[in-house]
Design a protein around this ligand. Structure first.
Ligand code: DQA
Length: 147
């Protein structure tokens, strides 16, 4: 089973970026933890980061070979109809993740355009959100296989 992880814009700056909100772990450190967990769960991972909306749309359009998608769309969560439509088009089981609890922050972050096309959303557990997201994605994909 292969899972795709997509990190959206500015997440390449993790560790240096608003550490009080997003934590001190770098993206490389988070990716290492994801790979460790993937090994334990016996799944393969591909991990991508992009600051560009169109590039994220391309990644999603080409994601048909994956059993599930874990995505932190970052700021595009709140603005991108294109990313939402791409997820709806490929019908890949999707878990939306956020490091911070977007519902506890500024009002403009409360709305996710991605949530209605996702299986579910994990928000507010720091880097653990990604690990929980990967576990959720594997569970969803396994159920789909069994069904
Ligand atoms: C974020 C929350 C978004 O509102 C923000 O624009 C981000 C990161 C998070 O992981 O908490 O860049 O997706």
């Amino acid at each position: 089973m292969r899972i795709l992880i997509i990190h959206g814009p500015n997440l390449n700056l993790l560790g240096k970026r608003e550490a009080d909100v997003y934590g001190t772990k770098t993206l490389d450190e988070i990716n290492k933890l994801l790979k460790q967990l993937a090994k334990k769960l016996k799944v393969e991972l591909d991990i991508r980061q992009s600051n560009h909306e169109g590039e994220i749309v391309d990644l999603i359009q080409n994601s048909k070979k994956y059993a599930a998608l874990v995505i932190n769309p970052a700021a595009y969560t709140h603005t991108s109809i294109a990313i939402r439509d791409a997820i709806a088009a490929v019908e890949i089981p999707t878990v939306e993740v956020h490091l911070s609890n977007i519902h506890k922050r500024e009002e403009f972050r409360h709305k996710s355009l991605i949530a209605p096309v996702s299986h579910g959303q994990i928000s507010g557990f720091g880097y653990e959100s990604y690990l929980l997201g990967l576990r959720a994605a594997v569970s969803i994909a396994e159920n789909i296989v069994e069904n």
